[in-house]
Design a protein around this ligand. Structure first.
Ligand SMILES: [Zn+2]
Length: 213
């Protein structure tokens, strides 16, 4: 299915990070609010939203790991938002070149910089909520970071179902209005109008039942 708007939105870094402000030296943790906002309050790897994560908080991840790039530790342009699980699966892994300006992936392995590339070109989402790899290094990332772990599939599936329900609710509103007009004009019987509304309501209920808590 198309993942426009529902998954992996385009994100953009602000031109200047303030951190502590007032000319004070900032540590990476001082940029949390700005990074969180720039990342759209989502984990840049599995795409879970902060609001969907429940009790767990989000982490600041050093996109290029501190272990290999110590000079980037407090550089805000190397920070991204990650959920605790993704952050821990990624850890200090960095199979790409260790040079600072080299591409973050090469061949089948590496990481996709969410601010430099469109993740929609790398991942598709199936209707059951699973991520599908479109090109390298997506498959490597799905396996390494367990991006199709059960909890994440459920979150994506619920997002799809919620989206479908919203569309159907809108259609139902229009349908009821049309049916009332047709019934008043005696173009259809009350029975026909009721049957048609019932079918749409049942579809809405079945979608609601598919939601995973
Ligand atoms: Zn994540």
């Amino acid at each position: 299915m198309t993942i426009d708007n529902l998954f992996y939105p385009t994100i953009k870094r602000r031109s200047t990070y303030i951190g502590k402000g007032d000319g004070q030296v900032s540590r990476y943790s001082d940029y949390r609010d700005e990074i969180q906002e720039d990342c759209g309050n989502r984990c840049v790897y599995c795409d879970i939203k902060h609001a969907e994560i429940g009790y767990e908080g989000m982490h600041l991840d050093h996109f290029r790991p501190q272990k290999h790039f110590p000079g980037l530790t407090d550089n805000p342009t190397n920070l991204v938002l990650a959920c605790p699980k993704c952050n821990s699966f990624k850890s200090y892994k960095w199979p790409a070149f260790k040079r600072i300006n080299a591409c973050s992936h090469e061949g089948k392995t590496g990481f996709i910089d969410p601010f430099e590339e469109s993740r929609k070109e790398y991942f598709a989402v199936s209707t059951d909520g699973s991520l599908l790899p479109l090109m390298d290094p997506a498959e490597y990332l799905i396996i390494l970071m367990k991006l199709n772990r059960t909890a994440r599939i459920q979150v994506r599936r619920n997002r799809i179902i919620r989206h479908e329900m919203k569309k159907l609710s809108g259609k139902l509103e229009n349908l009821i209005s049309d049916l009332i007009t047709d019934w008043k004009a005696e173009r259809i019987s009350a029975d026909e109008a009721m049957r048609s509304m019932e079918q749409h309501c049942l579809r809405l209920v079945s979608l609601a039942e598919m939601m995973t808590v």
